[in-house]
Design a binder for this molecule. Structure first.
Ligand code: OKP
Ligand code: ZN
Length: 343
C-alpha cells in the first residue's frame, strides 16, 4: 500500500490541553505518527512518499476563507499579545443566549473559531495542519490515479474540524478534503467511513446536506463521550443530504463482537450506495488500552476490520485520525492496513 507522510507533522506539539479540570500534556503528540511510520516500515507495508502542496484553492473547497485566514494568523496575534510562552487556547464560546459575531481580539477570535479548549494553536500549527491536509489529498490523488489503496499517515487529525471550527485536536478536515479531491477528480459518489472512537462531527457537518458523500460513523455514544453535541442515531442528513448520514453510537465498554456487527451494518449501507471511492477515517482509539477512550477492542481485532473493508472492493484512501496508546498505535493502525491487503 502506498503511504504518504510528511515530517512537518512534528511542527504541531502543543504544550497543554484543558482536560479533567487541569492543563495537562497534550495526548495528540508527534510520537504518534512516528510510531505508525516505524511499524509500517518494520512490516514493509509499502513505499513512502512525501505530499504534494495543493495550496489554498484546495482548502477552500471545504473550509471558509475567513477561518483559513484566522488559522494562518492566529499564532502571530497570540504571540503579540501574550509573548508566546503559552499555547493559544479559547475560554468563552458564543453559546445559547450569546451572538456568534466574530470579534477582533485574538481571545474572542479563537473562541469563535474553536469548539473546545483541548486543541492548542502553536507556532507550527498552520504548517503542520496544512501538511496533514496535503498528505490526505496526495493519498486521494494516488487513488484517483488508479492506485487500489493509499494511506495518509498524517497528524494533526481532522474529523472534528468543520468548515470554520477547530477542535478535538483537529484544524483542517483531512478526510473531507480527501473525499472532495476524489469528487473533483471525477468520482460521482464517495463514501466516508469513520471508525475512530469519537464521532466525526466535522465531517458530518461538512457533508450533511449533500448526497454526493455518504457519511457513516461508528463511535462512542455522544451522550457519554466527546464531542457530546453531535453523532446521535437520529441524525440522518438534511435537505438534499437526507438519508446520506448514518450514525451508529455505541456504549462505553463495547467489545469487538458488537463493534464488528455495527461495522457490518454500515458496510452494507455503503454497498447499497455504490460509491466510486471510499475514504476511511482511521482512528484506533477503540483499542482497550487507549488512555482517553472506553471501548474494548484488542490488537488482534484490528486486522479483521481491514479485511471487511477490503471486501467492499472500492478504491480506498485511509486517513489517520486518533489513537493515543502510543506504544500500540503502530501495530493497531498498521494491523488494519495489513488486514486490508490480505483480505
Ligand atoms: C480526537 B480524535 C480527554 C479529553 C478529550 C478531546 C478528544 C479528541 C479526540 N480527557 N479531548 O477523535 O481521536
Ligand atoms: Zn478519536
Amino acid at each position: 500500500m502506498q503511504i504518504v507522510y510528511s515530517a512537518d507533522h512534528a511542527r504541531q506539539h502543543g504544550r497543554g490541553e484543558l482536560t479533567d479540570g487541569r492543563l495537562m500534556p497534550v495526548v495528540e503528540k508527534p510520537a504518534r505518527a512516528e510510531m505508525v511510520l516505524k511499524r509500517a516500515q518494520e512490516v514493509g507495508l509499502g513505499d513512502i512518499m512525501p505530499p504534494r502542496d495543493f495550496g489554498r484553492e484546495a482548502l477552500v473547497r471545504i473550509h471558509r476563507p475567513d477561518y483559513l485566514a484566522f488559522l494562518e494568523g492566529a499564532w502571530a496575534e497570540w504571540e503579540a499579545e501574550r509573548g508566546g510562552e503559552t499555547d493559544c487556547l479559547p475560554l468563552i464560546w458564543p453559546v445559547r443566549n450569546l451572538r456568534a459575531v466574530c470579534p477582533t481580539h485574538i481571545d474572542g477570535k479563537v473562541s469563535y473559531y474553536a469548539l473546545d479548549a483541548g486543541t492548542p494553536i502553536t507556532p507550527g500549527t498552520w504548517t503542520a495542519a496544512r501538511a496533514s491536509a496535503n498528505v490526505a489529498m496526495t493519498a486521494a490523488d494516488l487513488v484517483a490515479d488508479g492506485t487500489r489503496a493509499a494511506f495518509a499517515l498524517g497528524r494533526p487529525p481532522g474529523h472534528h474540524a468543520t468548515a470554520d471550527q477547530l477542535g478535538g485536536y483537529c484544524f483542517l478536515n483531512n478526510a473531507a478534503l480527501a473525499a472532495q479531491r476524489l469528487l473533483d477528480r471525477g468520482a460521482e459518489r464517495v463514501a466516508v467511513l469513520d471508525v475512530d472512537y469519537h464521532h466525526g462531527n466535522g465531517t458530518q457537518a461538512i457533508f450533511e446536506d449533500r448526497a454526493d458523500v455518504l457519511f457513516c460513523s461508528l463511535h462512542a455514544d455522544p451522550k457519554q463521550e466527546f464531542p457530546y453535541f453531535l453523532g446521535h442515531a437520529d441524525e440522518t442528513g438534511t435537505g438534499a443530504g437526507e438519508g446520506y448520514t448514518v450514525n451508529a453510537p455505541l456504549p462505553w465498554g463495547t467489545t469487538a463482537e458488537a463493534w464488528m456487527a455495527a461495522l457490518e451494518r454500515l458496510c452494507q449501507r455503503i454497498e447499497s450506495y455504490a460509491p466510486d471511492a471510499l475514504v476511511v477515517s482511521l482512528g484506533v482509539d477503540t483499542y482497550k488500552g487507549d488512555p482517553i477512550s472506553r471501548f474494548a477492542l484488542d490488537t488482534s481485532d484490528f486486522p479483521p476490520i481491514g479485511a471487511r473493508l477490503a471486501k467492499l472492493a472500492l478504491p480506498t484512501t485511509f486517513v489517520m485520525e486518533g489513537g493515543y496508546a502510543v506504544e500500540e498505535i503502530g501495530v493497531n493502525a498498521v494491523g488494519v492496513l495489513q488486514g486490508f491487503e490480505g483480505g
